[in-house]
Design a protein around this ligand. Structure first.
Ligand code: DX5
Ligand code: ZN
Length: 226
């Protein structure tokens, strides 16, 4: 997985048909997804529950691109090995999930996976100042994590711009997660983001037996970037 700053669309399977994850992953890749974003929620760090490492392992053979696993769980450390074993290419943990994010990121890289760190909308960028040399991705949450289909929080665009300046030449992706649509995507790309997670905006109107809308929705986001 060589580093590049081209724009990548990462559909979140949080908006997919939960009874058909394998087919849904194949469909979104066939329709132009660059990465597949997997939202893991525990009902504790966030007020919603999705699934764990066993489901990720079951999905893995259906993903040819990049399996981007976003952990919205606390604690994180006891489960890192299991998500790595499940085949995650990137494992992202939240700075707010515990007192030892530095140790968590070391543990993620220790498994051979790429390490990501996520910030909630209310969390300041200074929390990642001393982590930038040990991460491959910073995820800026543009909604409060827990649910798909929420409204984009515009104050985060400035945060992306500041993060882009902090990163400089370092090979670190800036990922945006939440409320990404053809209207909001250009704002964050202009500010410096290169990975756009999109759940509802990609999956709306389609299903595994009619996946063409997924492609139309992905192209609508790309097209809006000019
Ligand atoms: C929110 C999740 C997001 C979510 C995005 O907690 O991390 O990945 O699925 O969904 P949309 O694109 O619908 O805002
Ligand atoms: Zn996510």
């Amino acid at each position: 997985m060589a580093f590049d700053r081209s724009i990548k669309i990462a559909p979140s399977i949080l908006s997919a048909d939960f009874a058909n994850f394998g087919l849904e992953c194949e469909a979104i890749e066939a329709e132009g997804a660059d990465w597949v974003h997997i939202d893991v929620m525990d009902g504790h760090f966030v007020p919603n529950i999705t699934f764990g490492p066993a489901t990720c392992a079951a999905i893995r053979p259906h993903i040819k691109t990049v399996m981007d696993v976003h952990l919205m769980i606390a604690p994180v450390d006891p489960y890192i090995e299991a998500f790595s074993q499940a085949g995650a290419d990137i494992i992202t943990a939240h700075v707010e999930a515990g007192p030892h994010i530095h140790r968590t990121l070391q543990a993620i890289r220790g498994t051979g996976a790429k390490a990501g760190v996520a910030l909630n909308p209310g969390t300041d960028l200074d929390r990642v100042d001393y982590l930038l040399d040990m991460v491959d991705l910073v995820c800026i949450m543009t909604v409060n994590p827990g649910f798909g289909g929420q409204k984009f929080i515009h104050s985060q665009v400035e945060k992306v711009r500041k993060l882009r300046a902090m990163i400089g030449d370092r090979p670190i992706h800036i990922e945006i997660d939440g409320g990404v649509t053809p209207e909001t995507a250009p704002l964050v790309v202009e500010a410096g983001a290169d990975v756009l997670v999109a759940g509802s905006a990609v999956f709306k109107g389609g299903c595994v037996s009619n996946p063409a809308p997924y492609g139309e929705n992905i192209r609508a986001i790309r097209g809006a970037l000019g």
